[in-house]
Design a protein around this ligand. Structure first.
Ligand SMILES: [Zn+2]
Ligand SMILES: [Zn+2]
Length: 185
């Protein structure tokens, strides 16, 4: 490995402000991160370390058993889910969209289906935090810029809106099955 301490190893022509405490290459301001021990290292080493830590975390998690096997684990995402539902519906009621749509229904059956659709929508919104927690578990963390973080969260919320309800349904059904088995024994 050629060590160019004068310039950044990753950006040709950029001056190095530090040397990676782990691999020894010169790094510019953009490539330097601080790890949890307070050392200045390069992003590449930083991400490698985060990935390793995440691997250990996943192994520990597997030993402890699956997510959402305990009632307590439903609490935090449940409260956040309720908040999302509350804020969304407060906004929708405030804008009057719901009344407009109900007014557009031609008969009671259409009103009934509209209400069912709203309940399903609320259920989807409620499930978002459960899918986000699961994604946080599965995807290893990375050192990221503010824009990366915003992008990451938009992506997670978007994916969770569509997959969250499946994830949430799976986990609460499993929880119910496991607990009815327990009480029978
Ligand atoms: Zn490095
Ligand atoms: Zn650089």
């Amino acid at each position: 490995m050629s060590v160019k301490v004068n310039g950044c190893y990753y950006h040709e022509g950029k001056a190095a402000v530090a040397v990676c405490a782990q691999c020894g290459v010169g790094i510019c301001r953009q490539c330097a991160v601080k790890d949890n021990k307070g050392r200045v290292i390069c992003v590449s080493c930083g991400n490698k370390n985060l990935k390793e830590e995440h691997k250990k975390y996943r192994q520990m998690q597997k030993q402890q058993g699956a997510r959402f096997k305990d009632k307590k684990e439903f609490m935090k995402p449940g409260i956040i889910g309720l908040l999302i539902v509350f804020v969304t519906f407060a906004y929708v009621f405030y804008e009057g969209v719901i009344f407009q749509e109900i007014g557009r229904c031609r008969n009671i059956i259409e009103v009934f289906f509209f209400i069912i659709a709203m309940i399903l929508f609320a259920y989807m919104l409620f499930s978002i935090p459960f899918a986000i927690i699961l994604m946080e578990d599965i995807i290893p963390p990375k050192y990221a810029t503010i824009m990366d973080i915003i992008g990451k969260w938009l992506f997670r919320v978007f994916v969770s809106l569509f997959l969250g309800w499946i994830v949430f349904t799976f986990y609460w059904v499993r929880y119910v099955i496991l607990n009815t088995k327990k009480t029978k024994e």
